[in-house]
Design a protein around this ligand. Structure first.
Ligand SMILES: Cc1cc2nc3c(=O)[nH]c(=O)nc-3n(C[C@H](O)[C@H](O)[C@H](O)COP(=O)(O)OP(=O)(O)OC[C@H]3O[C@@H](n4cnc5c(N)ncnc54)[C@H](O)[C@@H]3O)c2cc1C
Length: 365
């Protein structure tokens, strides 16, 4: 799977806090996953009067639309005759923007437990030490948690996070460094082009001459190579040479030869793989890695835990964005009863919803 776009600066990218014992965040619903379904779920939750927060393991919203096919057109969203996948995500972000839903990126939802003494509430934890105390969890985790495809050399693990990177979060840390960017998609080319402006030297390394990137990006890269602003090498990583903690060079196997490329930093952008992740161990009834739900409520086999979008399973389930929107809308109506057991949910169309109009006009607290 190819990660095609660097994080958009317009999206809220929060750095995960170190593991802490701080008080859990209290909210009504935790939404796992900021793909199209999670984003629409956030809007729906707020329209119904539910407070919610979103967590995604990636550093930006959009799920498969953003990571796998941002520039492909989608034609089957009702009332949208056609739009690019990334445009759909941008519109979903715009739709829920007035509610300022907190989005926590770069952290993976790991565990869930019933709150001792308060069995109607759930405590959910992320791998960054953040905890949420909620009435319901809506899992919109798609195909699972995306993770970068890692460099498989034995010496790679010790360099990860220091001189081997699977994402660029801070361009300034590459200033004056010799950088190898490995990969052949938009992400690798975009970052090679961007880093050449700050690095001492950038080498783009890809196993073949052809790329899986947009034509204009490939043309820009080739022009930069022709102008002597960066290098391009066709080959495969063979070994990483270190001195102490530092990376000093990469050995690269080309068709004819083995090259030694001096390097201080390696940015490997080979794309993403999706992993079933920890939710597979939440003791939910699963079918082929997906969560079995009751189609009247989209609730799983555990009270208060719902699933919508590609991760949900039921007979005749279609992995379509529009199905996920419907599933999330119904799941949240059930979740409302868990958040407010003493209140009836009164149905009001959005066209008549005064509180919604106020939020869209003036924002919310
Ligand atoms: C090439 C392609 C073309 C497609 N075209 C269409 C189309 O034309 N029309 C259509 O309707 N559908 C299309 N689809 C399918 C559509 O993209 C999916 O149905 C949709 O993305 C599902 O949305 P989702 O929000 O359920 O999951 P996803 O988009 O997969 O998002 C899930 C998010 O959850 C996050 N996550 C997972 N686990 C965790 C965890 N434990 N902690 C934190 N975060 C987590 C992931 O990082 C991810 O961002 C297409 C798919 C592909 C691959």
């Amino acid at each position: 799977m190819q990660n095609t776009h660097p994080a958009s600066p317009s999206q809220d990218v929060s750095t995960p806090p170190a593991a802490t014992n701080t008080e859990p965040v209290r909210t009504d619903v935790l939404i796992v996953g900021a793909g199209p379904v999670g984003l629409f779920a956030a809007f729906q939750a707020r329209v119904l009067g539910l407070q919610c927060e979103i967590v995604d393991v990636l550093d930006r919203a959009g799920g498969q639309c953003t990571e796998l096919y941002p520039e492909k057109p989608i034609y089957d969203i009702p009332a949208v005759p056609g739009c690019l996948a990334q445009d759909l995500v941008d519109r979903l972000l715009e739709q829920c923007a007035p509610f300022a839903v907190p989005m926590h990126f770069g952290q993976r939802v790991e565990g869930v437990q019933e709150l001792p003494g308060e069995p109607q509430r759930l405590l959910v934890a992320t791998d960054a030490g953040k905890r949420f105390e909620v009435a319901a969890v809506l899992i919109c985790a798609g195909a699972g948690a995306f993770a970068p495809q890692r460099v498989s050399l034995p010496e790679a693990a010790a360099l990860e996070g220091r001189h081997l990177h699977y994402a660029v979060r801070d361009v300034s840390r590459f200033a004056g460094k010799r950088v190898i960017v490995a990969g052949g998609g938009d992400s690798a080319l975009d970052w090679a082009l961007a880093l050449r402006k700050v690095a001492a030297r950038v080498t783009l390394l890809h196993r073949r001459e052809g790329f899986r990137a947009a034509d204009h990006t490939v043309a820009e890269m080739r022009a930069a190579v022709a102008a002597g602003e960066m290098d391009f090498v066709v080959g495969m990583l063979g070994a990483l040479q270190t001195e102490g903690d530092a990376l000093v060079a990469a050995q690269v196997r080309t068709r004819e030869d083995t090259l030694t490329l001096p390097a201080d930093e390696l940015v490997a952008l080979y794309g993403l793989v999706s992993e079933p992740g920890p939710i597979a161990h939440w003791d939910l009834d699963m079918r082929a890695g997906r969560i079995l739900v009751d189609t009247t409520t989209y609730e799983s086999s555990r009270r208060g835990i719902f699933a919508a979008g590609d991760i949900a399973f039921y007979p005749n389930k279609q992995k379509l964005i529009l199905s996920g929107f419907h599933e999330a809308a119904l799941a949240l109506r059930r979740a409302y009863h868990y958040a407010f057991p003493d209140k009836a949910l009164v149905h009001v169309h959005t066209s008549n919803n005064a509180a919604l109009k106020e939020a869209l006009t003036h924002g919310t607290d």
